[in-house]
Write a protein of this length. Structure first.
Length: 74
């Protein structure tokens, strides 16, 4: 599964490492964080598209998020 940032940049390191670094970086800037994880799927004929999103919400300053996408053919 390929994870991407909101900018479209592909994340090449393990997702746990990326999230941990983001939490440390944003916390050091003084942001209070809330982490949200969401998933969704959409069926288009024989193909099912899945999406998962990890969002780091910075209180009163928007969010930072990463997401992968993949298709599954039955």
């Amino acid at each position: 599964m390929n994870w991407k940032k909101f900018s479209g940049e592909v994340i090449h390191k393990p997702i746990l490492e990326e999230i941990e670094q983001a939490i440390i970086r944003e916390s050091e800037k003084g942001y209070k964080l809330k982490i949200c994880i969401g998933t969704d799927s959409q069926v288009k004929g024989p193909i099912t598209n899945f999406a998962t999103v990890i969002v780091l919400l910075r209180a009163h300053h928007g969010g930072v998020y990463v997401h992968p996408s993949r298709e599954v053919n039955p």
